[in-house]
Design a protein around this ligand. Sequence first.
Ligand code: ZN
Length: 287
Amino acid sequence: MKWTPGDRGNIEDYRGRTGGGAMRMGGLGLGGLLVILLLSWFSGIDLLQLVGDPGVGPAPTDTVGTGGTVASTPEEEKTVDFVDAVMDDLQDTWSGHLGGQYSPTAVRLFRDAIESGCGFGQSATGPFYCPADRRVYLDLSFFNELHQRFRAPGDFAQAYVVAHEVGHHVQTLLGLDGRVRQLQQARPDQANELSVRMELQADCYAGVWGHRAAQSGRAAQGRVELERDDLEEGLNAAAAIGDDRIQRQSRGRVSPESFTHGSSQQRVEWFRRGFDSGDPRQCDTFK
Ligand SMILES: [Zn+2]
């Protein structure tokens, strides 16, 4: 993929506020903090170092685009710029498709665990979208997992994951998310099937963006542009994180009734449909 770093306007960086030290710090409370300060004073050892950076408290809300104090590597920072560039392109694409119906989202970066509008989120569950606060939650370590555990390397594989989550944002903006949840409550027996359809539609929406990103000449305008083999990476990622494959990897067997994302084949098919058409109307997985 070709892309140009931007201003990180699509990133809410909570990496320095989450993770081991910061989370424990957050749970410490003022009393605990005082005890540690007193103990440090008496012992002459900076015990705060042991529980995390004192400047890093629970996340305030005014952190849009700020780096904060975060231990990172140049490599990781490049990935942040990449996610920002992909998000920028995604949002531009969807505001083009939805016009006034579109309202922006952002990627909230975290480490290990975070309190989201949808409850406690953990890295182990993978990236997710929260309709309540309309944010995409991502721990960048998932990209390593994507490469190593799911054997889906490449930048477009990563972009596909982000694009899928933005697909859920689009569903929320279109009111689909709420309607499906109502249906699921009315028909619990179909709840799983309905959530599979939601997931496949998000895959198709990811493909819709891919279609646009594949147009040539975009890089020259500072936009994201796909290169040869990128589509293969995306298809490979869609197949790799299909529920059947994940289940086989983690449990050694497959039980279709518990699929929540769809099989590898279904995911590839719907992603492909969005990619080939570039038309969100082709993504009606509920028909
Ligand atoms: Zn999803």
